[in-house]
Design a protein around this ligand. Structure first.
Ligand code: IPM
Ligand code: MG
Length: 358
């Protein structure tokens, strides 16, 4: 089988970590007899520098013509001064929307080898936790009407949040279906004590839940959820929430696993094409220095194999290789608790994962 993969390296460490994932995929291809055809397209700051546009039409076209998309990271201080709709981040929102990727899966799982790296106390972490955050990705306040206007107190800015029943239903269904393949528990997170969008969200989730009687369902307010995540993360299996709440809670959930440098994500729509990316950013401070942790991107490639191509054995092989390398004690500098002196670089980590695939 041949699979066409669009590579969006983007900015900062995006370049190095995509190269790592490609190395791992190539070895998987050899081992399992698949051919992966990689085509790079520019996005983010790199695209601004080259064309003035963070998301060139060529890039969208290339992604649409591919079987799946692997993304590094976008953004950096160089482009921070640009107006909102010209910033590298705008490309990320644009490509998610253009490809119809409304379901964002962000697993926050504690790797047993990294237990000591979690900032949570040992008695809280216990035997570990395994949370799947299902974040709505193409609606809500990220895509609502926004702008500037004259208010009573002079100039003001505004952003609005809108959610349709259709949008809530499709993300809700995605969450319930995923829960069926895991711990069968869904927590829907909202701010229904204040926001109208959250009240519609909650009502819609409740009607959906009636069709999933095998799933244990509950609502939780977002402020409480932020607290519960550090008080007792084991209580969560699948979390489903809006675009902005998911953005915030997924960073929190990732940090309690010990390192944001470990966590992968998948963005999916109705078809099999998805976009896979590490949840961390472009880390401009360490870009090009061989210090980045490639594991989140390597695990994102594994998610691609599983969710877009149905190659579960191949995905499991990658996940196992990562476990082996971590169990053997190898760490990149971002992993809390590992002394910088003992840390290995991005290239060595990649080579070790590739070697562990044997
Ligand atoms: C993320 C990021 C993006 C988001 C930014 C870079 C636009 O924080 O993927 O979580 O808010 O969605
Ligand atoms: Mg974020």
């Amino acid at each position: 089988m041949e699979y066409r993969i669009a590579l969006l390296k983007g900015d900062g460490i995006g370049v190095e970590i995509i190269d790592s994932a490609v190395a791992v995929l190539e070895r998987i291809g050899e081992k399992f007899g698949h051919s992966f055809r990689f085509t790079p397209y520019i996005i983010g700051g790199a695209a601004i520098d080259e064309t003035g546009d963070p998301l060139p039409a060529e890039t969208v076209k290339g992604c649409r013509a591919s079987d799946s998309v692997l993304l590094g990271a976008v953004g950096g201080p160089k482009w921070d001064g640009l107006p909102g709709d010209k910033r590298p981040e705008k490309a990320l929102l644009g490509i998610r929307k253009a490809l119809g990727l409304y379901t964002n899966l962000r697993p926050a799982k504690l790797f047993p080898a990294l237990k000591g790296a979690s900032p949570l106390r040992e008695d809280i972490v216990g035997a570990g936790f395994d949370i799947m955050i299902v974040r709505e990705l193409t609606g809500g306040i990220y895509f609502g009407e926004r702008g500037y206007r004259q208010g009573k107190l002079g100039e003001e800015a505004f952003d609005t949040e809108a959610y349709s029943v259709t949008e809530i239903e499709r993300i809700g269904r995605a969450a319930f279906e995923i829960a069926r393949k895991r711990g069968r528990r869904v927590t829907s997170i909202d701010k229904a004590n204040v926001l109208e969008t959250s009240r519609l969200w909650r009502k819609t989730m409740h009607s959906l839940a009636e069709n999933y009687t095998d799933i244990e369902y509950r609502d939780m307010l977002v402020d409480n959820a932020a607290m519960q995540l550090v008080r007792d993360p084991k209580q969560f299996d699948v979390i489903v929430t809006s675009n902005m709440f998911g953005d915030i809670l997924s960073d929190e959930a990732s940090q309690i696993t010990g390192s944001i440098g470990m966590l992968a994500s998948a963005s999916l729509g109705d078809g099999t094409r998805g976009m896979y990316e590490p949840i961390h950013g472009s880390a401009p401070d360490i870009a090009g220095q061989d210090k980045a942790n490639p594991i989140a991107t390597i695990l994102s490639a594994a998610m691609m194999l599983r969710y877009s191509f149905g190659l579960s054995a191949e995905a499991a092989a990658i996940e196992k290789a990562v476990d082996i390398v971590l169990e053997a004690g190898f760490r990149t500098a971002d992993i809390i608790g590992s002394s910088a002196a003992a840390a290995i670089g991005c290239r060595e980590m990649t080579q070790r994962v590739v070697a562990a695939l044997e």
